[in-house]
Design a protein around this ligand. Structure first.
Ligand code: AMP
Ligand code: ZN
Length: 463
């Protein structure tokens, strides 16, 4: 399996540090507000990666943090006049609700920053001991001049480094690399902790180094987030962690490109954002949104439009209508050997595309080609019960990634539709065309259209 590594700037053969086992860390949400769907794109791509690792049989330990203390959470909690804990708890809960709606698998461990202050303090102590940190005006800063590898991940020009200049904010631009804050002096009205390095609170970058190493060790396999985290966040994590341990921190850095609106990054500060809630309130299907967010390769910008969600919904519907046809096909034993060939080829294409740095377009291409070919066979020769299991098994494998396909046997709504169709056929046989038309109307209201074919009545769902 190939994976692109931001650290080397190349696609590399994926080989975890321990054979058969993968340790992976995702920079989680900052819970100062609802996540927007740009944020969620990054989490969907992390979900795709984790699902593919599981598909390939790795034993996975995936950790994601929740940033529940940083400049933004504190500023908002103060503004609203509530405690930091009270403020962040609601947004953390909302984030996990969003994840569930988008069918994101829960990482093996979720780590909250405020519950790991002792681990952070320990890191700061070690950095002070090694002279990689210094105190200034009650805060503690990282001395980037003492870490010669600084800038490797984000390919910074070492001449740009502003030796001896420090910056207190968690976020700052790449044009201005400086000594960043590890531990912030307490401020009036802000939360702080009494610790061995003094009273204060952690800087954002410190949080992820401490939590990832606690659960995954000094060196682990994959660390991910959006591309905006490469500098300064991930650069600073490397400086902190490697500064303390002397060991390579992360083998593969995995970054997701931005979701954009009219060419601009979706962000809270630009005001060009939708939350998942906004979209669900407009009546969009969360699974169509999941499909939209995963269907563009993670290293390409995704241009977001509402029209795009409708197209995603149509794509998903066409797959599910096909599966409906499969689930309800006629009960005759014989199977068609051609179907086995189509499925085998589709699965091979799907897997090799995903092994190629998660080439989702190639993988989805294989799924849709299979649907097209099988549908054509169904129209010309019919589908039979003997084919049903094989088709559902292969689409079940596709669904290990998509998690939006209807593979189960007839559900109750399917059964109700079948009853109505039967009632309509009976009415027609009794030449009660008024009743038959009424039933057709009822079905249409449920989003079901009928097609009278020589094999009987077929039905499918519309949007
Ligand atoms: P935050 O909650 O601000 O810490 O961001 C959570 C994640 O969303 C991070 O990995 C960011 O890199 C990512 N992110 C922020 N904006 C976007 C965007 N427009 N498109 C994709 N990912 C984003
Ligand atoms: Zn992080």
């Amino acid at each position: 399996m190939l994976i692109f590594n931001t650290l080397t700037g190349r696609e590399e053969e994926f080989q975890p540090l321990q054979s058969g086992r993968v340790r992976m860390y995702t920079c989680g949400p900052t819970v100062y507000n609802f996540a927007h769907i740009g944020n969620l794109r990054t989490f969907v791509s992390q979900d795709l990666l984790r699902r593919w690792l599981l598909y390939r049989g790795y034993q996975l330990t995936h950790v994601m943090n929740v940033t529940d203390v940083d400049d933004k959470t504190i500023a908002n909690a103060c503004e609203r006049g509530v405690s930091l804990e009270e403020y962040t708890a609601g947004y953390a809960q909302a984030f996990f609700e969003d994840c569930r709606r988008l069918r994101l698998q829960q990482p093996e461990r979720v780590a909250y920053a405020t519950r790991h202050i002792p681990e952070m303090v320990e890191l700061v102590e070690k950095l002070l001991e090694k002279n990689l940190a210094y105190r200034q005006d009650g805060s503690i800063y990282y001395r980037i001049s003492a870490f010669p590898k600084y800038g490797r991940l984000s390919h910074l020009d070492p001449d740009q480094l502003q030796i001896g200049h420090s910056v207190e904010a968690d976020e700052y631009s790449k044009d201005n690399p400086r000594d960043f804050v590890l531990w912030k002096a307490p401020k009036e009205g802000e939360p702080s902790w009494e610790t061995r390095v003094g009273r204060g609170r952690p800087g954002w970058h410190l949080e992820c180094s401490a939590m990832s190493m606690k659960y995954l060790g000094d060196s682990f396999d994959i660390h991910g987030g959006g591309v905006d985290l490469i500098f300064p966040h991930h650069e600073n994590e490397i400086a902190q962690s490697e500064g303390v341990t002397g060991a390579p921190f992360v083998k593969y850095w995995f970054h997701t490109e931005h979701l954009v609106v009219d060419g601009e990054k979706m962000s809270k500060s630009k005001g060009n954002f939708y939350t998942l809630r906004d979209l669900l309130d407009k009546g969009f299907d969360p699974l169509a949104i999941r499909y939209l967010l995963l269907s563009t390769h993670y290293r390409k910008p995704l241009n977001f439009t509402l029209e795009g969600i409708l197209q995603a919904a149509a794509a998903l519907r066409s797959l599910n209508n096909f599966l409906l046809l499969v689930r309800t096909c006629r009960d005759a034993a014989a199977g068609n050997p051609r179907i086995g060939e189509i499925l085998q080829q589709a699965l091979a294409r799907f897997e090799s595309a995903m092994d190629d740095n998660l080439n989702i377009s190639g993988a989805l291409g294989a799924v849709f080609d299979a649907r097209y070919d099988l549908n054509a066979l169904a129209e010309s020769q019919g589908l039979f019960a003997g084919d049903r299991e094989r088709i559902l098994t292969t689409f079940g494998k596709f669904n290990a990634l998509l998690d939006s396909l209807d593979l189960e046997g007839e559900d109750t709504t399917d059964a109700q539709v079948r009853e109505l169709i039967q009632a309509r056929s009976d009415a027609r046989r009794n030449r009660d065309f008024k009743r038959a038309d009424e039933i057709r109307g009822q079905l249409l209201q449920r989003g079901v259209i009928l097609e009278d074919t020589r094999d009987g009545v077929r039905w499918k769902r519309i949007g």
